[in-house]
Structure formats: structure tokens, C-alpha cells
Design a protein around this ligand. Structure first.
Ligand SMILES: Cc1ncc(COP(=O)(O)O)c(C=O)c1O
Length: 407
């Protein structure tokens, strides 16, 4: 059974003032998980977790993670601005974008962020547009050498990164043009809980660091293994074994003589995913060929189930100890039949007004929201260690929605 960090009474008093749907993030859990990841890699001098802003783009959360020693992985101008709002600056930020407009490179350079190039063709674009920075990282796409998975797709078919030949060419040309410090990056896994996968990713990158050193005389100082550590969405899923990941990488680090190389990760889901909860209330029960529970959240609040068929566990608040005796489709009100948080899910007998907690919504949850069918984005709250709820984003209003229209 998955537990929740709040009581039914605490949530009832919250929603008496702020109607559902809404998100709650557990600050203590987020801090503890960030510490755990950083601690696991403490053997590597300079290890940094650049939290993937896209997973939970809220400056209040970025600020908390900064206090824990995390930087930010930004992929767009707005994400750079959010990181700036959270007090992050310079090399606390890594900028990994693709199909990048020059204004975004300009802002990243102005902030002194670590720029990671997605394409060989971007080298000239960056140089002409804003000049090359002192530090440059490149993104590797191993193509057929790695498998990927259903969420991230096959590297071979992915638009991201460069081939091995291209990254060598990028280092060679960048060095000629005066770049003095270098990084290497890849992102080949998503929601992966198998430690071996990350160890193999490290091997792949360490081999390149070694070969680039030998063949080009270029020293790579930063190796970013990407994000992608998975979380146990299902109650019987096992957790990713961090010590196994870290120990395996450490063995290779020694084997490949990587002394002096700083490692980095840019996990989003692993850090905040398990600590975010979407709260929604049952509005209508409906019986046709199946049992439906219509709730006040929709796929516009959390699109993972509709988009990927992803499993999100659901707890009926206050009914934790009741038998899961009836199968329901838990649905929103969008005019799309994939607007379902769960299909044929066994839950305790539901009543209108029941509060459902949708688990593991703390990453790629609110962030992926949208306004289809005129649905508005929900508020976000932080559950503080003193048990208070701090609003860290208000709910979108009808006026917000109408404000961009020319009426
Ligand atoms: C480049 C990059 N880094 C990091 C992440 C974060 O991934 P996750 O939240 O699975 O750790 C993503 C996710 O899309 C990504 O594209």
C-alpha cells in the first residue's frame, strides 16, 4: 500500500478554502530524496544534481532544491528565468536545449550557465550569434548502440544529440576556436529502475572521455549522465537501487582512470515524482457498460495516464482500510476518451464527494498541463515540515485564460 504524508482532516480543511483539483508537494520528502541522491555520489568530488526544471517548474521548489545543493537543468528561456528567480546562477545551471533560438543561448551565456550543445550545426550558430563560451558540453546520442524505452523512444529515432563522429568534430572545432573547458552529456533512459542501465551509460561516456583525451588531447571535466532514474509507480514495483548505480559507476570511474572528472545527473522524476499528489473529488458516479467515477481533475491536470497509459496509484482518502471491492474507470470531463486516470481499477466503493489522491504526480505532472476544453490549471501547495500548506502557485482563473484573447 502506498502511504500519504497528510491526514484526511488536513486535506479537508485545505480544500474547504481551496477547491480541488489541486497539487500538494511534500517538502520533507523532496529534501530527503535530493540528499539521498547527492549522498550516493559523495565519493565524486564536485558531483552535482542539476534538477530537471521541466519536471516541476516552480521556483519555490527549485529554491528548496538549491538549499539541498542541487543546480538546475534548463531547456528553455522561461526555465532559465525560473531558475534565476530561485536564486540559481552561473554554473549552478546547465542549459540543455534543442532546436534552440539564439535568444535562449544569449540568456544562458549571459547567466554564465553551462551550455550543452544538441547539434554540431549549433556550434557556428552559437559562435555567430553570441560568441562561444569558455565551457562547452556536447550531447551524445549513441544511436543503435543503446535501446531506450517506450517513454523516451529508441536513441536511433530520437532527435536529440550527436553521433560519436560529430561530438569528436565538435570538440576539435571548439578547441580550435578557443573553448577551454569541456563537458559530455547524454540522456538515454527515462523512468528506468534497472541500475545496470546507468552503469552502462557511464561506461559509454567514460570510453568517449578516454578516447577524446587520447585522440584530440581534449580533457573533459564534466560528465553528465542525464536524468531518467525511475520511481515505483505501482505498489509492488521495487525502488531503483541508488547504491548499486553509484557503486557500479564508481568501479568504472576507477577502471577508466577518470580522476578529476566531475559527474552530474539531471534527474527530475526521481527527486520530486513520489512527493507530489494530485487531489481530486468524485463529482458523479455513472453506470453503463462499466462503472465510471467522474472526478473534477482531467487529463489537462495530469496527462501521463492518457498520454502513455502510465499507472498512477490512487488512494481514496479516509477509506485506506476498506477493501478494494469494485472496479472503476476514473475519468475527467474532457471530450476525449483517453481522459482517464485509471481503467478498471479496483477501489473501495466510491461515493460522490470522496477525495482521491493520485500518487507520484510530482514530476511531469502539473508541468505538462494544458487548457484543452477550456480547462484551467490547478493550484500547487507545498506541505511544509511544520504541517502548514503554502500556496506556491494559485489556480488559473477565467480572467487569466481570457487575458490573451483579442476580444
Ligand atoms: C534532457 C533531459 N534531462 C533530464 C530530464 C528529466 O528526466 P527524468 O524526470 O525522467 O529524470 C529530461 C526529461 O525529459 C530530459 O529531456
Amino acid at each position: 500500500m502506498k502511504s500519504v504524508p497528510f491526514t484526511a482532516a488536513e486535506i479537508e480543511s485545505l480544500i474547504a478554502q481551496h477547491p480541488t483539483p489541486l497539487y500538494v508537494y511534500d517538502e520533507a520528502g523532496i529534501r530527503a530524496t535530493a540528499r539521498k541522491l547527492i549522498e550516493a555520489f559523495s565519493w565524486n568530488e564536485g558531483f552535482k544534481e542539476y534538477f530537471a526544471v521541466k519536471a516541476l517548474p516552480n521556483p519555490r521548489v527549485l529554491g528548496i532544491l538549491r538549499e539541498e545543493g542541487c543546480g538546475a537543468d534548463c531547456s528553455s528561456l522561461l526555465e532559465l528565468l525560473l531558475a534565476e528567480r530561485a536564486g540559481l546562477s552561473g554554473e549552478e545551471i546547465m542549459f540543455t536545449s534543442n532546436d534552440t533560438p539564439i535568444e535562449e543561448f544569449a540568456k544562458a551565456k549571459e547567466m554564465g550557465a553551462l551550455i550543452n550543445l544538441d547539434a554540431l550545426e549549433h556550434l557556428d550558430y552559437l559562435e555567430k550569434g553570441v560568441g562561444l563560451p569558455d565551457f562547452l558540453s556536447v550531447r551524445y546520442n549513441p544511436g543503435p548502440l543503446r535501446e531506450g524505452n517506450a517513454i523516451i523512444g529508441k536513441p536511433e529515432e530520437a532527435k536529440f544529440g550527436m553521433t560519436r563522429e560529430q561530438i569528436f568534430e565538435a570538440y576539435r572545432r571548439a578547441k580550435e576556436k578557443g573553448v577551454r573547458r569541456f563537458g559530455l552529456h547524454t540522456m538515454v533512459a527515462s523512468n528506468e529502475r534497472n541500475a545496470e542501465y546507468f552503469v552502462e551509460t557511464a561506461r559509454m561516456l567514460f570510453e568517449i572521455v578516454r578516447d577524446v583525451r587520447r585522440e584530440l588531447g581534449v580533457t573533459i571535466e564534466l560528465v553528465n549522465l542525464g536524468g531518467g532514474i525511475g520511481i515505483p509507480y505501482r505498489p509492488d514495483d521495487t525502488e531503483a537501487n541508488l547504491s548499486k548505480i553509484s557503486d557500479g559507476i564508481r568501479r568504472l570511474f576507477d577502471e577508466y582512470e577518470m580522476t578529476g572528472v566531475r559527474l552530474a545527473m539531471e534527474c527530475g522524476r526521481y527527486i520530486t515524482g513520489p512527493h507530489g499528489y494530485l487531489l481530486t473529488q468524485v463529482r458523479h458516479l455513472k453506470h453503463t457498460y462499466r462503472e465510471y467515477a467522474g472526478v473534477d481533475a482531467t487529463m489537462a491536470n495530469l496527462m501521463r495516464p492518457g498520454m502513455y497509459g502510465a499507472y498512477h496509484h490512487i488512494t481514496v482518502l479516509g477509506k485506506e482500510n476498506e477493501a478494494a471491492s469494485k472496479a472503476y474507470d476514473i475519468v475527467g470531463s474532457l471530450c476525449e476518451n483517453n481522459d482517464k486516470f485509471a481503467i478498471n481499477r479496483k477501489l473501495p466503493q466510491l461515493q460522490e464527494g470522496d477525495i482521491l489522491v493520485i500518487h507520484d504526480a510530482g514530476a511531469h505532472g502539473h508541468a505538462m498541463g494544458f487548457n484543452y476544453n477550456g480547462k484551467l490549471r490547478s493550484a500547487e501547495f507545498l506541505l511544509r515540515p511544520d504541517r502548514s500548506f503554502e500556496m506556491i502557485r494559485r489556480a488559473e482563473t477565467v480572467e487569466d485564460y481570457l487575458a490573451t484573447l483579442r476580444l
